[in-house]
Design a protein around this ligand. Structure first.
Ligand SMILES: C[S@@+](CC[C@H](N)C(=O)[O-])C[C@H]1O[C@@H](n2cnc3c(N)ncnc32)[C@H](O)[C@@H]1O
Length: 235
């Protein structure tokens, strides 16, 4: 991946890690235009990032993941297909503020994140992650969650309600819903696997306001029964 011009690698997470030179400069030095920047966090093989970039040539996309072997596929696909408005960043989401400046990002996609049913703090839609996203997202920037997990969907919906965040779109069965469109029909590796097993896909989009501290909801969420075995083996 080191030879790819569309990929930045910074896999080691150091507590005192300096800000990356691209922080605040993605458009000037990487994309070389002034278009809005949208992130896919936990992009895996990068299918969503590359497809979104093709749908929206006037926007810039960055797929972020810690796993280089997966990301390699998306980065290679983008180069082969000449998709220049997408880049890839290999790092931990926990330190994303070392790579993007306040307000540099307009929108975030979370595609099929592991629901982390045992650990709230590791869950990519927990309030501690929302605080991380607030560091880089424009005020009222948008978070999109696409998931198979009923647990993750309901947990996130409760977090949104608890904090009175504005919901833009919401369905617990995307493919039977009238909000389905070409963009929401893009399917990642994980989405295909879950759909083959007959699991309904959920989608929630909301604005992440910056105006007050976020609170965790104390509503108990029912766990996904189908994830109790072997999920980690697939990771
Ligand atoms: C279940 S996979 C989904 C991948 C892809 N979005 C898809 O739908 O096929 C979750 C991905 O998130 C990445 N991930 C999870 N936590 C992360 C973190 N804290 N920092 C960076 N990547 C993370 C994993 O490496 C993995 O590729």
């Amino acid at each position: 991946m080191e030879t790819f011009t569309n990929t930045i690698q910074s896999p080691m997470q150091q507590p005192d890690q300096a800000d990356h030179e691209l922080k605040g400069n993605w458009n000037k030095h990487f994309f070389k235009n002034d278009n809005p920047i949208i992130l896919e966090l936990g992009c895996g093989k990068g299918e969503y990032s590359v497809s979104l970039a093709k749908f929206f040539p006037d926007k810039n996309f960055v797929g972020v993941d810690i796993k280089g072997a997966r990301m390699w596929k998306g980065a290679k696909m983008a180069i082969e297909q000449g998709v220049n408005n997408v880049g890839f960043l290999r790092t931990s989401i926990e330190i994303i503020h070392k790579f993007f400046a306040p307000g540099e990002v307009q929108e975030i996609w979370l595609t099929f994140p592991d629901p982390q049913m045992k650990s709230t703090r590791k869950r990519l839609t927990a309030t501690n992650f929302m605080e991380i996203y607030r560091n880089i997202l424009a005020p009222d920037g948008i978070i999109n969650l696409k998931t198979d997990s009923s647990f993750q969907y309901h947990y996130t919906l409760e977090m949104v309600k608890e904090n009175e965040l504005e919901i833009i779109a919401n369905t617990d069965n995307l493919y039977q819903s009238d909000i389905l469109n070409d963009v929401l029909s893009i399917q990642t590796f994980y989405e295909k696997q879950w759909r083959e097993r007959g699991i309904d896909i959920k989608y929630l989009a909301f604005k992440l306001s910056h105006d007050k501290p976020l609170r965790e909801s104390d509503v108990e969420i029912e766990k996904d029964p189908y994830r109790s075995f072997g999920r980690s083996a697939r990771e």
